[in-house]
Design a protein around this ligand. Structure first.
Ligand code: COA
Length: 254
């Protein structure tokens, strides 16, 4: 089951399948994809937090029992469904934050990697142990781990299947901070982001997503154009004027 808790402009999405450490079966992953689609299309949503129910797990991966019966076409469809969820987290206009409260393994680590920001509880354990099952990461792990931690670290982790604790995850840049309770840290950052211009955040996210791909010169050009065009927004006027007038800006998303 996927729970969506909306408080002001912040949506907390909780994967709740605790008898399987929140591992994702078809029903749960489909529901997660559907909820993320709705949140991506909702202008009122300014920040999305993804977490897992209970004390033990964020998401302990794709459901291994389910995967053990898949043929090639079914496995491709399963991979595509996971990719869809990851792309939504990565590209939705609102910033996404993973609050990793325990095991984030395989598909769980991949969903966390698709988020813009990752925080871990001290009991967090992250990794891509697919190799131990004779398979490979299939929801973005071969690409996004390298983008977040660098290719050398990523290859060691996906080749060995080694799981890292919160302290190591912080050291290798896999998470941005370690904090208990992790949801409190995520909510604090979410409140901060919700006070900023959603237009500026959306454009920065789009541009930052291009940083490690495509043509550098073209990406800089896109930044330049976007920077200029943003000056037609009320939020840009408000932010600049508020500074000059020595007051706090109020951003309305226009
Ligand atoms: N898929 C399906 N079920 C899973 C699961 C997964 N990825 N991860 C955990 N579960 C289930 C277990 O089968 C168990 O169910 P059961 O009681 O019906 O047997 C339940 O969740 C609790 O897990 P358990 O293994 O008893 O807990 P633990 O604390 O001893 O170990 C883990 C926790 C995370 C180390 C262990 O569950 C594990 O290795 N899970 C698989 C992680 C993985 O490889 N994920 C990547 C998949 S691509």
């Amino acid at each position: 089951m996927i729970l969506v808790d909306r408080e002001d402009a912040v949506a907390v999405v909780t994967v709740d399948r605790q008898d399987a450490l929140n591992a994702l079966d078809v029903a749960t992953l489909t529901e997660l994809r559907d909820r993320l689609r709705e949140l991506a299309a909702d202008d009122e949503v300014r920040v999305v937090i993804l977490t897992g129910a209970g004390e033990k797990a964020f998401v302990a991966g794709a459901d291994i029992k389910y995967m053990s019966g898949l043929d090639v076409d079914e496995a491709k469809a399963w991979g595509a469904l996971g990719h869809e969820a990851g792309r939504l987290l990565e590209t939705m206009p609102a910033p996404t934050i993973a609050a990793v409260n325990g095991f984030a393994l395989g598909g769980g680590c991949e969903l966390a990697l698709a988020c813009d920001i990752r925080y871990a509880a001290t009991n967090a354990k992250l990794g891509q142990p697919e190799v131990n099952l004779g398979i490979i990461p299939g929801w973005g792990g071969t690409q996004r781990l390298a983008r977040v931690c660098g290719l050398g670290v990523a290859k060691e982790l996906i080749f060995t299947g080694r799981v890292v604790d919160a302290e190591e995850a912080l050291r290798i840049g896999l998470v941005n901070a370690v904090h208990d309770p992790v949801l409190e840290k995520a909510r604090e950052t979410a409140a901060l982001l919700a006070s900023k211009s959603p237009i500026a955040l959306r454009l920065m996210k789009e541009l930052a997503n291009r940083a490690l791909g495509g043509d550098h010169a073209a990406n800089l050009e896109a930044e330049g154009d976007t920077f200029g065009e943003l000056f037609s927004s009320e939020d840009a006027r408000e932010g600049l004027t508020a500074f000059v007038e020595k007051r706090e800006p109020v951003f309305r998303g226009r």
